[in-house]
Design a protein around this ligand. Structure first.
Ligand code: GLU
Length: 495
């Protein structure tokens, strides 16, 4: 066995990448990258009833969008087809069926597993009886007593069977987990796990354990829901005399009310977050902190920093609350820290149909940048600025009790100084500062107040009681639109 870390992310291709699985994939990748090890993608497709067409492509594709790519195992080739690379293949679990069957036979030979012929009806009856008497529902071990020769004859005669692990029925097993330390399990409460189903395919338990051995996996990092399976997996390793990998079971993800993260209360598909416009950097940062914090004094980390700081032993045991407000906050942060061009290319698609003046649209989008949490909001934040015809019917152009004539006088005066500025200077970068200076100078010279001049100007430009400042609006609207809006506000006041 190698000293180098070899970890695997082993999703079942049931359709989409769950946000919890993304964390599992990320922690595996972080450990591999932090230690210079190998991150493997193995697809566990043995449960044929749960397969979804295109499920593998979707998972790999979403991982790639999240900046997670495996060094070894399944990947998508240039044509977008599922392919694999590496010396420990195949990495698609059903292709390893013969190995699994051989391992199951070996377990039978070592008396660590047995053939079971119990019918579905018998098992159902047993379950009901156990429920009625308040006992744990589990297999009663009836077929453990069937001698092997007899079992083999029954199979030859065409009887249907499964193979089960022959687990100890008493005593305990203590397992060590990187995050949880020692955990003791009581064998009496653990079912004789089926390892080969009646269709001849292995179950996850046999397949994952044998594959982890064959692929020389050093650390198994997976969700806490797999913890009850750990004794069965260790039993298989021990039966073969193999060295078990180190196990790390990640804390559960919880809703805000501390119930287990459910589909009903939240979106759980990573692709849905991407579609809504959450940035991969924000999602990755958010997911990384579900159960771990590198330093405890800040919450924003780049992927590179996470790699540098990762420490599996510092992951928490307690469930991690999935706080969407934090994700929003992180998304705002990343939207503000990317370049202007990147920002514009993310938000532009949402407003492109509103106005064909590309430069005008860009200026409006930059103006609202500090208020955007999700790119899709850009539309509602800029709609009133971008629509060409301003409607003054629900706005008060005059300030408080200001007479209409006074508002008109102020607007005319502002208009005449603005008319002197060239179209180009009017909306150049930071023209707002110059607009502010010249208009405030006018106000001082005339002995007017900010309120009686700037209020009518701002409402004339925006058509709304609440809006960005008039100086910003002038810069964003440009000369032609600004003057036209002032004119139409004057007309509105005059009627
Ligand atoms: N196929 C399992 C899952 O989808 C993998 C569990 C493991 O990592 O062992 O959760």
């Amino acid at each position: 066995m190698t000293d180098k870390v070899r970890v695997r992310f082993a999703p079942s291709p049931t359709g989409f990448l769950h946000i919890g699985s993304l964390r599992t994939a990320l922690y595996n990748e972080l450990l591999a990258k932090h230690t210079g090890g190998t991150f493997i993608l193995r697809v566990e497709d043995t449960d044929q009833t749960r397969l979804v067409e295109g499920g593998i492509e979707n998972i790999v594709h979403t991982m790639k969008a999240m900046d997670l790519e495996a060094d070894e195992g399944i990947y998508l080739n240039d044509k977008g087809e599922v392919a694999e690379r590496g010396e420990f293949g195949p990495y698609l679990q059903t292709k390893r069926k013969d190995k699994h069957t051989a391992y199951a036979k070996q377990l039978i030979e070592m008396d660590k597993a047995y053939y079971c012929f119990c019918s579905a009806e018998r098992l159902e009856g047993l379950r009901r009886e156990q429920q009625a008497t308040g006992r744990p529902t589990m297999y009663d071990g009836k077929c453990r007593a069937v001698p092997r020769e007899e079992a083999e004859k029954r199979i030859e005669n065409g009887e249907k069977f499964v193979i089960r692990l022959k687990l100890p029925k008493q005593g305990t097993i203590t397992a060590w987990d990187v995050i949880r330390d020692d955990i003791t399990f009581d064998w009496a409460l653990i079912d004789d796990q089926i390892i080969i189903k009646s269709d001849g395919l292995p179950t996850y338990h046999l397949a994952a354990t044998c594959d982890d051995h064959d692929m020389e996996i050093t650390h198994v990092i997976r969700g806490e829901d797999w913890l009850p399976s750990l004794p069965k997996h260790l039993f298989i390793f021990e039966s073969f005399g193999w060295q078990a990998p180190k196990y790390a079971h990640l804390p559960l993800l919880l809703n805000a009310d501390h119930s287990k993260l459910s589909k009903r209360q939240n979106d759980v598909a990573v692709e849905d977050y991407l579609k809504k416009g959450y940035l991969p950097q924000a999602i990755l940062n958010f997911v990384a902190l579900l159960g771990w914090n590198p330093t405890g004094d800040r919450e924003l980390y780049s992927h590179e920093e996470l790699i540098q700081m990762f420490d599996l032993a510092k992951v928490n045991k307690a469930g991690a609350v999935f706080n969407l407000e934090k994700l929003d906050w992180m998304n705002e942060h990343y939207l503000r820290s990317i370049s202007e061009d990147e920002y514009l290319s993310l938000v532009y698609p949402y407003v492109k149909d509103v106005n064909d003046d590309h430069n005008f649209v860009d200026r409006a989008l930059l103006l609202v940048r500090d208020r955007v949490t999700l790119p899709s909001q850009a539309l509602e934040l800029t709609a009133s600025i971008l629509k060409e015809n301003v409607d003054y019917s629900s706005a008060n152009i005059a300030w408080k009790t200001q007479p209409k004539e006074e508002a008109i006088e102020r607007l005319e005066a502002v208009k005449s100084i603005l008319s002197e500025i060239s179209e180009q200077d009017f909306c150049k970068r930071n023209a707002r500062a110059e607009h502010e200076q010249s208009i405030k100078k006018l106000i001082t010279e005339k002995g007017w107040s900010n309120g009686d001049t700037l209020w009518p100007l701002r409402v004339a430009l925006s058509g709304q009681d609440k809006s960005p400042s008039p100086f910003e609006l002038l810069e964003v609207l440009g000369k032609k639109r600004s003057l036209a809006r002032i004119d139409s506000a004057i007309r509105h006041l005059s009627t």
